[in-house]
Design a protein around this ligand. Structure first.
Ligand code: FES
Ligand SMILES: [Fe+2]
Length: 371
């Protein structure tokens, strides 16, 4: 063996990983339906009976708040003959979910409590034929669910991803994310495979080309190295920048726990498979991706601020506009790639340059998961 030279280029995944419905089906089963998946903001389920329906892999899930204040997540499937129970994306029931087909009725714990002629079916076990629930955790003010019978460790998979990026878990604690409030939410329909969105989020090789506003605020991004490249590193605001806003003007009230080291810095975290967390001194931006098809992903993005900032009615436009533009620029770029993933010239994929090399760990991870 001679001397080892590190190649400056590493291959990406082959094009079919972004276009083949069979690969997407494997990802649904072996990634989205087995890992912790962040579904809703806890505060969106304000009181008992409030619900949201969300797509997780191939399943439609009904996430709701029970009488005791805890959050439950059920398969949105009637146990009688399989009709979908809640067809709305969100809503509120008084005390029960009723199937609109033959009126089987389930309480907020999922137990079957009523059905026409139920009294004549004494042997029908009301718990056994209740809605089927899945594992639920709440963290950072979000509801995370896992469809696996035996979920992976939340501490390792979800909290571990944050620790790996920041260097220590309590560094996100400083932002008190659970106590913040949604100041703005924008939902993006992206015509691209979910992995293109993850890859794009992980690198900053594109920042100088497509993110003029962001590179003004974070000048080091113009060099192409993403904050995610180095453990614990947050990209520093430019000297004349007052806040993380579209024009670098002052932001809103700083989150009190943010340390001096974290001030005037931007941190980005990827929590596989579908969450991005962005931390800046006065707000947190959290993306949840819902991969709906091999070439279609819905991204729900929340801008979270101190409750008093939201209550004050302060103008958040300049604050929101910066990352809204970044999102639009990023998603347009992903949509420029998606249609050509099926090109014969991309059958073997493309290449990763040095500032993108860390993306290959994501590719290896996807290949391992789907076998
Ligand atoms: S399918 Fe729901 S009550 Fe019959
Ligand atoms: Fe970007």
């Amino acid at each position: 063996m001679g001397t080892t030279t590190t190649s400056s280029v590493i291959p990406t995944l082959p094009g079919r990983y972004y276009t083949d419905p069979e690969i997407f089906a494997l990802e649904q089963r072996r990634i989205f339906e087995t890992m912790w998946f962040c579904v809703v903001r806890s505060a969106d389920l304000a009181k008992p009976g409030a619900f949201k329906t969300v797509q997780v892999g191939t399943e439609n899930m009904l996430v709701s708040r029970a009488r005791d204040g805890s959050v439950r997540a059920f398969y949105n499937v009637c146990r009688h003959r399989g009709a979908i129970i809640c067809t709305e994306e969100s809503g509120e029931v008084k005390r029960a979910f009723q199937c609109s087909y033959h009126a089987w009725t389930y309480d907020l714990d999922g137990k079957l409590i009523a059905a026409p002629n139920l009294a004549k079916m004494a042997d029908l076990d009301r718990t056994e034929y209740g809605l089927v629930n899945v594992h639920v955790r709440e963290w950072l003010g979000y509801v995370w669910i896992c469809l696996a019978d035996e979920p992976p460790s939340f501490e390792e998979d979800v909290m571990g991803a944050v620790t790996d990026r920041l260097g220590a878990l309590d560094l996100i604690g400083n932002y008190d994310v659970a106590e913040l409030e949604v100041g703005r939410r924008i939902v993006y329909e992206v015509k691209a495979n979910w992995k293109l969105i993850v890859e794009n989020f992980m690198e900053c090789y594109h920042c100088a080309t497509i993110h003029p506003e962001l590179t003004e605020v974070l000048p080091e991004f113009a060099d192409g190295y993403a904050a995610q490249y180095f453990v614990g590193h947050g990209a520093e605001f430019g000297e004349d920048v007052e806040g993380f806003t579209v024009d670098g003007s002052a932001g809103v009230d700083r989150i009190p726990g943010v340390s001096a080291d974290q001030d005037r810095r931007y941190y980005a975290i990827t929590v596989k498979p579908q969450v991005f967390i962005n931390l800046v001194p006065d707000h947190v931006i959290l993306h949840r991706m819902f991969p709906l098809a091999v070439d279609r992903t819905v991204v729900e993005c929340d801008w979270l601020y101190l409750p008093e900032v939201v209550a004050s009615g302060k103008d958040l436009d300049k604050s929101v506009e910066l990352f809204h533009r970044v999102n639009q620029q990023d998603f347009e770029a992903c949509e420029r790639c998606q249609p050509r993933m099926g090109s014969r010239t991309y059958a073997k994929g493309g290449v990763l340059v040095p500032s993108e090399h860390h993306i290959s760990a994501f590719h290896e991870w996807v290949q391992e998961r789907i076998g």
